[in-house]
Design a protein. Structure first.
Lengths: 283, 446
């Protein structure tokens, strides 16, 4: 009889003892967390995409409250949502040029020549480890849609020419496609930078154009036509320096013999769809 | 380890592909006539690419040094032909990529006679000098991986080599180049084995040959005198018997732990061609400028075992064998299990190329892929005891970091899992994709 009572009594006793310790602990050792962190976190999109450079939305909210970043650094939120956050925290929205993913290669199945046929698992990286996927140009897009699969926001779709088309409205500049591409073709650039080189081949002259009709053959005409200092030729490709202060205008693209340098108004490769429909050989 | 395994002449798991060696196993090694253009990529071996020491239009003798080692894990490169340097630039290599190469134009009037140099006195060399000499000779592991041989021979302090294991397993179907070499030049092989054995301080030389080559075993045994520290061991014909860790497990019944090297179990493994190349260098002063290549497969008109100067294009080699048949669909460099399909016939033969195989349409058709039925045949086939089915699923789901928890980096891409899969899932390709992605992510983080 006694031993039956001892056991529960002991358990209750231990429970009470630790309960008192925890009660004191929570009273005197409490860390006050800013309730605004939770509030700001609720206003963020909650996709944990990492586009802001933080591991997720909560660490970003912490930085927001600490004041070390501006709300506009979150590229997923719309302008309205960012303003809401700024209003909630009573801070400035901050100026942040919106980044989007741009693709360095414009050589789809129409322009880039195929030297071999690839059979096997349909994935760019899988093809890249087997003799480069079959296209003559080994620096260009393989076109098996690893980026489309990797994109969290459904912003990338392969067009009829076998090139990934980034929908700039949906793109949040998270680095998923940058990591997925085996040829490192994606880069995150401000949407305001409209002059863009759609070629990644370091080859020059005929060596480049024999592999792809829209390859940059490094003639350097764009560098001559653009404002001085804007474009320099490096490693067989034009490099556009937006920080040079030179005026950026579409003049640079007019004399390009292969259409490798483009003036991108919104989405890349928009003109390709039409050309495909008309059945013309582009470039 | 399974106690019953101690009795058998094999390792655990693995697969039994058809041998398909009958086409070429009785054909003696022939010499390929010299072509007109040779391309020598600077990264023919694993490690740092070598540095060219020649200039454009410079005249070269056969066997002359054209590039020096770019680091410790790198070897020298020698001209395979008498001629002149046509260009140093980017050329398409066997893996489809462009790589820095030296293009050499052969002199049409040269005799292409190798100048036999004075024998190098290896017996009085120190081990360090021996390692440097092997690096100078441009010798790499010629089984296929092309890992510089001198790196394998440099044994750190505290390690001791008891056995020199010479790998003549040649477990890949179709290939017969090592078989012919053992049959035709057993004395060269034993000579090379003696040199390497003495320099490494090994007690015994063990030559492992698969039992489907009884004539090679007989040829070697004929030349081994009683009392020689050499023995030939017959191995079960099974794939991948020629993988370094497998052949050790078969012969010495010792498992090389993951992440460790054969030298940790006191063994050094070298391919037969590597050993013969070493013998040729120390006896005749001839660096590695040619190798034996098996040209076979249903797409080749006249299959052959050929002695090919390095840098010869695949096109020239195939032309010598009567060209490709019309229905040829795929050309593979290496064996059918681990070799790579080549994207262009202009790719040169490199130091690691053991075979050129051409396959017709009916053999390369992609089989319809079905879902995984969890039969576990890939687990039974994997000689490294991995879980290929899970790795393939993770790779397909792009969960590359999780693949590391399943020891993806221990995979040697032998292809047993894909071979065994009844659902025709391209398991090894998915694993290879995952490895590539992981390596890429790691390189970016650095």
């Amino acid at each position: 009889m006694n031993s039956v009572l001892i056991a529960p009594a002991l358990m209750v006793g231990i429970g009470l003892f630790f309960g008192v310790i925890i009660a004191f602990g929570s009273r005197y050792l409490r860390v006050d967390e800013d309730p605004r962190i939770d509030g700001a976190n609720k206003l963020l999109p909650g996709t944990n995409c990492g586009a802001c450079g933080e591991p997720g939305c909560l660490p970003f909210a912490e930085k927001l409250v600490a004041g070390s970043v501006a709300p506009s650094k979150c590229t997923v939120s719309t302008a309205e949502e960012t303003e809401n956050i700024a209003e909630y925290l009573g801070v400035d929205v901050g100026e942040h040029d919106r980044l989007v993913a741009r693709m360095k290669c414009g050589g789809g199945s129409v322009q880039a020549h195929q030297i071999a046929e690839y059979q096997g698992f349909e994935g760019c990286r899988a093809a890249a480890v087997v003799s480069g996927g079959g296209k003559g140009c080994i620096w260009g897009c393989i076109g098996l849609a690893d980026c489309e699969v990797a994109c969290t926001f459904d912003a990338i779709h392969m067009n009829s020419n076998g090139l990934p088309q980034v929908d700039t409205d949906l793109c949040t500049a998270c680095p998923d496609c940058v990591d997925a591409c085996p040829k490192d073709l994606f880069e995150l650039l401000p949407i305001s930078q409209k002059l863009y080189v759609e070629c990644n081949s370091p080859l020059q002259g005929d060596a480049a154009t024999v592999l792809c009709t829209t390859a940059c053959d490094a003639c350097g005409k764009c560098a001559l036509d653009a404002s001085p200092g804007l474009i320099t030729m490096e490693n067989g490709l034009p490099v556009i320096d937006y920080n040079s202060g030179a005026m950026v205008s579409p003049e640079a693209i007019f004399r390009c013999p292969t259409n490798a340098i483009k003036w991108v108004e919104k989405n890349q490769f928009e003109e390709q769809e039409e050309l495909e429909v008309r059945g013309e050989r582009y470039g | 380890m399974n106690p019953f395994n101690l009795l058998s002449k094999s390792f655990q798991n693995g697969v039994h592909p058809q041998h398909l060696k009958a086409q070429t196993q009785d054909l003696p090694i022939q010499r390929v006539p010299f072509g007109s253009l040779f391309v020598m990529p600077l990264n023919q071996h694993i490690g740092v690419p070598c540095k060219p020491v020649v200039e454009k239009n410079q005249r070269l003798r056969r066997g002359e040094l054209i590039a020096t080692a770019g680091g410790f894990v790198s070897t020298a490169l020698h001209s395979p032909v008498t001629g002149r340097v046509k260009e140093i630039g980017e050329f398409r290599a066997y893996d489809g990529n462009f790589s820095q190469s030296i293009q050499i134009e052969a002199d049409p009037y040269a005799t292409q006679q190798t100048e036999v140099g004075t024998p190098i006195d290896w017996s009085s060399m120190t081990t360090d000098d021996f390692i440097k000499a092997v690096q100078q000779a441009g010798i790499v592991g010629m089984g296929g991986a092309a890992f510089p041989a001198h790196v394998k021979f440099s044994i750190p302090d505290g390690c001791n080599i008891r056995y020199l294991l010479i790998n003549g397993a040649e477990c890949e179907p179709y290939l017969t180049n090592d078989h012919r070499l053992m049959l035709e030049q057993p004395l060269r092989l034993l000579r090379g084995a003696e040199i390497v054995r003495q320099k490494l301080g090994a007690e015994e030389v063990v030559i492992g040959v698969e039992l489907n080559k009884p004539d090679a075993i007989a040829a070697l045994n004929q030349h081994i005198q009683p009392g020689d520290p050499v023995r030939v061991v017959g191995l079960e014909a099974k794939y991948p018997q020629g993988a370094e860790k497998m052949i050790i497990s078969t012969i010495f019944k010792r498992e090389v732990p993951a992440g460790q090297l054969p030298r940790d179990v006191e063994v050094n493994v070298s391919n037969v061609s590597t050993i013969v190349a070493i013998a040729d260098y120390f006896d005749y002063g001839m660096p590695l400028i040619e190798r034996i290549v098996t040209v076979s497969g249903p797409g080749v008109s006249y299959p052959a075992n050929l002695m090919v100067p390095l840098g010869t294009t695949v096109r020239d080699v195939l032309q010598f064998c009567g060209g490709l048949k019309d229905e040829t669909k795929e050309v593979i460099m290496g064996g059918p299990m681990m070799g790579r399909p080549i994207a262009s016939l202009d790719a040169p033969v490199v130091k690691g190329c053991s075979g050129i195989l051409a396959f017709t349409e009916d053999l390369v058709q992609t089989r319809t892929e079905y879902p995984c039925i969890r039969c576990g045949r890939c687990l039974e086939a994997c000689p490294y005891f991995l879980n290929p089915a899970r790795l393939a699923r993770l790779s397909r789901a792009r969960m590359f970091e999780e693949m590391e928890d399943y020891a993806i980096m221990d995979c040697v891409e032998c292809g047993c899992c894909s071979y065994a899969c009844p659902s025709s899932i391209p398991i090894v390709q998915l694993i290879r994709t995952g490895k590539d992605q992981l390596r890429n992510t790691k390189a970016k983080q650095k």
